[in-house]
Structure formats: structure tokens, C-alpha cells
Design a binder for this molecule. Structure first.
Ligand SMILES: *Cc1c(COP(=O)(O)O)cnc(C)c1O
Length: 372
């Protein structure tokens, strides 16, 4: 008999989502405009404690608009963490700019501040001045923002935080996504909260928010007819989707607790095995533990665990394949120290859904134990 599939990270509704969708239907705002959108933005703004939030139809769209707000143009250079999901880097190419990839440091698995500064200096000697940096808080673990912001100030870089995986993560109480000039969130199906598909842009000013909404709604000039003096996009979130988001915001604190409990369970129950439950939180750092990740001793062990779980109908996934190893970016410059390639070879994401029950968690850890 085929056992019921355990997914890596599935949508987990809170219960009130359909009530807010119903409100949208009742008012007939079945459109990318309506009060659910504004209410979701308010709720995100209050959760993040500050900043302005614009609800969009994906995290990728939010990254694209962040790059436009940072005034990235054709042939500009944008630095980007190499250890990430491809959506962090693709929008750089949308604007005709050149990505330069930077490797990670071992504490947080995110961009190495040391290598970042080295890369900037080396590029400067070649007459290249990068204009922006995309830093990612992978799997929920905050990147080393204090160090990164200091470097960004020194070299006049705009900072875009890809917080798609880290909603609710913080450093000394400050939420990821609110440190940089711009931040982005994703509500795709497998994220800590989901709207089926969606995202948001975090900005420091109301002016940036208004500009983002302008671009996201086809850049319509003020006129009774349709007139456009700038290229626009269809990036605004739907009012229906925003209703799902409002319901999900109500359970976000609980979802963070549940994801963190998954990590604690795995850590406790796998502690006698030659596996490293990592990365650990540096002092003052708080991770939402979107996905629980483990480091094995070798590629072979990683694959053995992955295959064994797969045979039991349990989904796992290797860590992100670094961007500098991706065929589409093979010609992009990269500053590499080996960390992301090593993580890619030895690392695995374990099932981490907030709806993962104790029976299933025990099933997973028992299978992993048997591998050894
Ligand atoms: C999911 C994700 C994105 C993209 O968000 P979408 O809403 O799917 O467009 C960007 N960056 C990272 C790191 C992600 O995990």
C-alpha cells in the first residue's frame, strides 16, 4: 500500500480565509482592487512594526519593482547572493542589468559580508561600481544585516532584502525585510503563509509605495482616457487573494511556532546521528524556521536519505543549487568560496509544514535513523 504523501511544505489554512473572500464577493470587488488589499497591507505593516507594504501578485514582481525603485538600468551591475532560489536573480536580467554572484558564510548560510566587500573592491579596480545588492534570508535565517548595511553605506549600494522565506524572522527584534531600502515577501503555495500565489513589496517611504502601485497597475497617467508615459506592469494583487492573506495573517504567529517546533523535534530526535541540524541562530537572531535543513557528512549520505524517504512517499529537497552553477547564469561573474557548493552537495530540506503532525514527524525520523 502506498503511504499518504508527506509534502515538504503545504498550504495550511487558518479557517477565516473564506470569510474574507466572501466579503470581497459580497461587495463584488472581484478584481485587483478592493478593500481586502488595503486591509492585508495594514495587517502586514503592523506585523512588521513599520514601513510601507504594497501587495502584489508575486514575490518575483516585488523584486522587479524593488530593482526599478533602486533605479537599476541596462548594463548596471547588481550583486546577488548565489545561494538562493532563481527568482532572487531573474529580475536583474529583466532590467538588462548584470548579476554578480557572491557566496555565503557558514553561520547563516547567507551572503558573506567579508566576500561581499572583497568583491566590491575587486569590481572597483576594474572600473565597475555595483549599484544594488540583493541579500536573501534563506530558509528563514536572517542574513548578517548589521555588517551588510555597513558595507552598503560605505560603497553606496541600495539594499534589497529578499525575505520571501523569512516572514517573521528578526534580528534583535527588527523584522527581516525592513532593514534595507526595499524588502520583498512571497505568499506562494509553499511559504510560511500563502495566498495561493502572491507577494509584497516593503518600502521605507509612502512615495515609493505609490510609485510601485503606479507601475504595478500599468502606469496610468492622470487622465480620463488611458494614457501612459512609462512602461507599466500587471503586478497588483487580486482582492480575492488578499482575502486569503488576511485570514493567514491571523495565524502567522502560530505558524512560526509550529515551524520552529518542527526544527526542535528534528534536532532532538536526530541528535545521535552524524547529521548537523543547521544553521543555528546567532545571538539576537530569530528564524521562522520556514524549512528545517540538515547537513549530512557527504553527498552520498544526503542522497541515501533523500531516496529512502522518497520511497516512503516523503518529499525532501536538496538545498538551493547556487546561481553561479545554473546554466542560465554560467557567464555571470561570481565570487566563490566553496560554502554554497558544499551546502548544495550535503544539505537537505526535511518536511517542514506547519500541519505536520507528531505521527508523521516520528515516521520521518524513524526512517532517517534506519538509513544509518
Ligand atoms: C519563493 C521565493 C521567491 C519568489 O516568490 P514568488 O512569490 O514565488 O514569485 C523569491 N525568492 C526566494 C528566496 C523565494 O524562496
Amino acid at each position: 500500500m502506498i503511504k499518504k504523501k508527506i509534502w515538504l511544505s503545504s498550504p495550511h489554512m487558518g479557517g477565516e480565509e473564506q470569510k474574507y473572500i466572501q466579503e470581497a464577493f459580497d461587495n463584488n470587488w472581484v478584481a485587483p482592487i478592493g478593500c481586502q488589499i488595503g486591509l492585508l497591507e495594514k495587517s502586514l505593516e503592523s506585523f512588521l512594526h513599520k514601513n510601507y507594504v504594497t501587495a502584489l501578485n508575486s514575490g518575483t514582481a516585488a523584486l522587479h519593482l524593488a530593482l526599478k525603485l533602486a533605479n537599476i538600468k541596462k548594463n548596471d551591475t547588481v550583486l546577488c547572493q548565489t545561494h538562493t532560489h532563481v527568482a532572487s536573480a531573474n529580475p536583474i536580467v529583466y532590467e538588462g542589468a548584470t548579476p554578480v554572484f557572491i557566496d555565503s558564510e557558514p553561520d547563516t548560510w547567507n551572503i558573506s559580508p567579508e566576500l561581499l566587500e572583497k568583491a566590491i573592491r575587486d569590481l572597483n579596480t576594474k572600473g565597475i561600481k555595483p549599484k544594488a545588492l540583493i541579500v536573501v534570508h534563506l530558509y528563514g535565517m536572517p542574513a548578517k544585516m548589521p555588517e551588510i548595511l555597513e558595507i552598503a553605506r560605505k560603497y553606496n549600494l541600495k539594499v534589497i532584502e529578499d525575505a520571501a522565506e523569512s516572514l517573521g524572522s528578526s534580528i534583535n527584534g527588527q523584522m527581516t525585510g525592513t532593514f534595507g531600502d526595499y524588502g520583498i515577501l512571497s505568499f506562494n503555495g509553499n511559504k510560511i503563509i500563502t495566498t495561493s500565489g502572491g507577494g509584497a513589496l516593503i518600502t521605507q517611504t509612502e512615495k515609493d509605495k505609490q510609485k510601485a502601485i503606479f507601475w504595478a497597475t500599468q502606469s496610468r497617467d492622470k487622465a480620463p482616457h488611458y494614457q501612459h508615459s512609462e512602461i507599466g506592469y500587471n503586478y497588483r494583487m487580486s482582492n480575492i487573494v488578499a482575502g486569503i492573506g488576511r485570514g493567514q495573517m491571523e495565524v502567522l504567529p502560530l505558524r512560526i511556532k509550529q515551524r520552529r517546533a518542527n526544527f526542535d523535534f528534528y534536532k532532538k530526535n536526530l541528535k545521535d546521528l552524524p547529521l548537523e541540524l543547521a544553521p543555528l541562530e546567532p545571538t539576537g537572531y530569530f528564524s521562522n524556521r520556514w524549512l528545517t535543513t540538515v547537513l549530512t557528512d557527504s553527498y552520498e549520505t544526503r542522497e541515501k536519505i533523500r531516496h529512502t524517504l522518497e520511497q516512503e512517499n516523503i518529499e525532501t529537497r536538496p538545498l538551493w543549487k547556487p546561481m553561479h552553477l545554473q546554466p542560465i547564469f554560467k557567464n555571470a561573474p561570481a565570487y566563490i568560496n566553496g560554502v554554497s557548493e558544499d551546502l548544495f552537495n550535503r544539505g537537505l530540506c526535511l518536511p517542514s509544514g506547519s500541519d505536520l503532525n507528531l505521527t508523521n514527524k516520528k515516521r520521518i525520523t524513524n526512517i532517517i535513523k534506519k538509513v544509518f
